[in-house]
Write a new protein. Structure first.
Length: 293
């Protein structure tokens, strides 16, 4: 091979190598460009979703106001409804004496954060001649032994309302079932030192818990009799509702909850119900405001 041939081969080889390197970087640049565009699109979609989510969460709630609650109480006060506390519903079912000729409304409140809003809600119910169930936390952000709250609980019970325990002992025992039962008895005795307690209601401490607080009763049903509890607001009530519907005793039942401040046509749901149907209502006083913002 001549010197020119060697130079040619080397030159050709160098061009090939350069060509491959150029092609490699060109391909790499194309891939990077595609990835960048995809990321931009996904980022735009994510931003759009975030905006939509925020707009949904921040959108004005038209029903969770005390003005609306008064109108709801006006509706419940009509002759076609029988408004029951949780314990009354359980007792009437056990005695086979539910007023099935009316629309049955089970009215329950979970006082999670603010007693002051519960005061206002109970006052409105007294004004409209309605008595409901209030579930009270003993491990929450308020103190049930504080004078005003202590007196309010006693007055509430003396006025014909049901006061129950909004328990959360499985969560606070770090899901130790034996410890949770011990704490549950302590909390019951504390609340019972102020008012009678007949039913209890599981509190949801977090959206995703290892165990739901009411699982202490599923694991150990003897707790009902040992702690002199007539029922649990989820386990007992929904078991009864399912039995009533399956057996054909009632046409249907509906569960309405203001959790996450859902905007519900509460009054419309009541008006659309027929005699022999049951509406189970959960209202958190903390979710209701004096007026729309």
């Amino acid at each position: 091979m001549s010197g020119e041939d060697v130079c040619f081969v080397r030159g050709f080889h160098l061009k090939v190598v350069r060509g491959k390197v150029f092609s490699f970087f060109l391909s790499l640049g194309f891939i990077i460009g595609v990835v960048y565009v995809v990321l931009l699109i996904n980022l735009a979609q994510f931003s759009s979703n975030q905006t939509l989510y925020q707009a949904t969460r921040e959108s004005p709630n038209l029903t969770c106001t005390f003005d609306y609650y008064e109108r709801l109480l006006d509706e419940m006060g009509k002759e076609r409804y029988a408004v029951l506390q949780v314990v009354d519903f359980i007792r009437l079912y056990q005695n086979d004496s539910l007023p099935l000729d009316k629309v049955i409304v089970i009215l329950r409140h979970d006082v999670d954060l603010s007693p002051s809003l519960a005061y206002k809600m109970a006052d409105l119910e007294v004004k409209h001649g309605i008595r409901s169930t209030y579930y009270i936390r003993t491990r929450g952000p308020y103190n049930i032994l504080e004078r005003r709250f202590h007196n309010w609980l006693k007055n509430l019970s003396d006025s014909g309302f049901e006061v129950g325990l909004h328990y959360e002992t499985l969560y606070y025992s770090n899901y130790n079932f034996t410890e949770a039962e011990r704490l549950l008895e302590l909390d019951l005795n504390l609340l019972r030192s102020i008012v009678p307690v007949y039913t209890v209601c599981s509190h949801g401490n977090a959206p995703r818990q290892k165990h739901i607080n009411y699982e202490v009763f599923i694991r150990n049903p003897s707790l009902y009799s040992r702690l002199r509890i007539e029922g649990e607001a989820y386990l007992t009530v929904f078991k009864i509702l399912r039995q009533l519907k399956t057996s054909g005793v009632i046409r249907d039942y509906v569960y309405l909850s203001d959790t996450y401040r859902r905007d519900i046509d509460w009054i419309g749901c009541l008006r659309n119900a027929s005699a022999g149907e049951i509406i189970y209502i959960l209202i958190h006083p903390d979710n209701w405001r004096t007026r729309n913002k």
